[in-house]
Design a protein around this ligand. Sequence first.
Ligand SMILES: [Zn+2]
Length: 253
Amino acid sequence: MNVLDQVTNVRGYAKYLGLDPTNRSVLRKIQRQCERGELPAKLDEGAWKIKLPHADKGEFIMKNWESLKEIYHDEMVLIHAGYGNDKNYGLNNDKISQFYVNQVSARKPTKHFAVTWDFNEFKNSEAAGTFEWPTPHAALLINDEQKQQLVDYFSGSSFIAYGRRLKFNDMSLTILNRPVEFVGVAGSLRYYAGAVDADGNAYKVFWNIFNIFDPVEIAMTVDNSRYCKRCLTRWTDDADTTKCKHEWVQDTE
Ligand SMILES: [Zn+2]
């Protein structure tokens, strides 16, 4: 179900906020926000139905070989949960932030993180031809009819010859050209190249650059385990303090 279409009740809304749905003062405050028209809610047979707002921190993307590695941070396992809201966007600083959420058992409040990579050094060393490419993350076998075409293509003048030998799943691959950026997907940085093995098979090989380097910064952006006891806002790194002088408390659940 699309989160956009989701409607919930007062308890469900408390959970959505990361608050204890059995805490009466929390429920009363949500009810009062409904009554005052501060939430997209309407009465349905005496109970408030509240429309959940659109997820505001990052969109979810499919997990596959292109997906980003887990990050270990402060005894937490952070899972990649999408991209978006990247403060580096448009700055051309070769930094990219990704949206991560800590792994918690069901119904425990989560924390959100902006995990930032800096690709400046990688791009410089690759441009200088000194970057040593590690084992690829994926290899796609090319069928016999197309393999000569692939070898010719990646050996052509639009690529820089490489010739590095690397192991991939027990195969010894020779990477034909210095890898180049592969079609961009938002939040991704992928490269690919042509390769051949000792038996004359041809491959396209792929790297996810995020999974080669460690991030340079991990910043918490949302803490669903803390909220303001005056206005019930979840703790965020950019909380608006003009309307409420927030008093953050830990959720006791
Ligand atoms: Zn507040």
